[in-house]
Ligand binder design. Structure first.
Ligand code: IPE
Ligand code: IPE
Ligand code: MG
Length: 253
């Protein structure tokens, strides 16, 4: 995967300044992908990891600054323990196996979500990868693990309320920047493009605050079949959208 942005993307017509800085993805449809093939759901998750690798590699090639992947939601604990155990094992394996590739490709890994419920051996491996890649300056790969948008907002409210109670912060000084700085994603730009695979038209508690003005892009393709071409198509479509942010479109004349 060793590649540097600007070189290997020369056949991609969307210029770097028109590409999204931050792409977020709801990697959905692993179970359906497997079921359609008569396979157990976990096979979908296994093939999903290959799609993660492809997507990360392509983001590196295209010089994308941030990629946030929804790996496990706070609501996914409703699933059978055997499926959750498998997902956590896959995550641990991925985060260990990819270390060298992350280092070679200047990828910095960060993780958002709650630690509670994640087995301590998985937490240790996650922490190790995060620490090892902390000084890298290329793609920031943000893994949302045991993540819930509402829980994140509540955590921010609690942290802000504590500062107010201690007299460190006045309620009048709480603005959008203050709030963003107390989210798990503090310091990251909001996603420009939100991709969802497997066709559902919902956000499933993902980055609720941060996606206010994200461009949504949904495909019926299930996550294990997601690849470089679909990512490029999403970026192409994104580049053609007119983002108004509540204002008026800037006319060329
Ligand atoms: C996404 O695929 C992976 C996770 C939510 C962890 P699903 O497992 O939700 O697959 P479907 O939606 O049941 O097909
Ligand atoms: C969203 O997918 C969570 C992840 C991709 C990790 P779900 O499969 O959990 O979403 P719903 O249940 O269809 O809304
Ligand atoms: Mg699903």
């Amino acid at each position: 995967m060793k590649s540097s942005p600007g070189k290997s993307d020369s056949n991609f017509e969307v210029p770097p300044e028109k590409r999204p800085r931050h792409i977020a993805a709801i990697m959905d449809g692993n179970g359906r992908w497997a079921q359609r093939r008569g396979l157990p759901r976990i096979e979908g998750h296994r093939h999903g990891v290959a799609a993660v690798r492809r997507t990360v590699e392509e983001c590196v090639r295209l010089g994308i600054e941030y990629l946030t992947l929804y790996c496990l939601s706070s609501e996914n604990w409703k699933r059978p323990k055997s499926e959750l155990d498998f997902l956590l094992r896959l995550l641990e394996q991925y985060i260990v196996e990819e270390r060298q590739t992350f280092l070679e490709n200047n990828v910095r890994v960060v993780v958002i979500g709650k630690r509670e419920g994640i087995p301590s051996h998985v937490q240790r491996e996650i922490d190790k990868t995060v620490e090892m890649t902390a000084d890298q300056t290329g793609l920031c790969l943000c893994l949302a693990v045991n993540y819930g948008g509402r829980a994140e907002i509540l955590d921010a409210v609690r942290a802000i309320a504590a500062k107010v109670a201690e007299g460190q912060l006045s309620p009048n000084d709480i603005d959008e920047a203050t709030f963003s700085a107390h989210l798990y994603t503090a310091g990251m730009p909001d996603p420009d493009l939100l991709i969802r695979t497997a066709g559902e038209l919902r956000v499933s508690n993902f980055l609720l605050w941060q996606i206010s003005y994200a461009e949504l892009w949904v495909t019926d393709v299930c996550w294990p079949d997601f690849d470089e071409n679909l990512l490029r198509q999403a970026i192409r479509d994104y580049a053609r959208r007119v983002r108004r942010f509540g204002g008026l479109a800037v006319s060329p004349s």
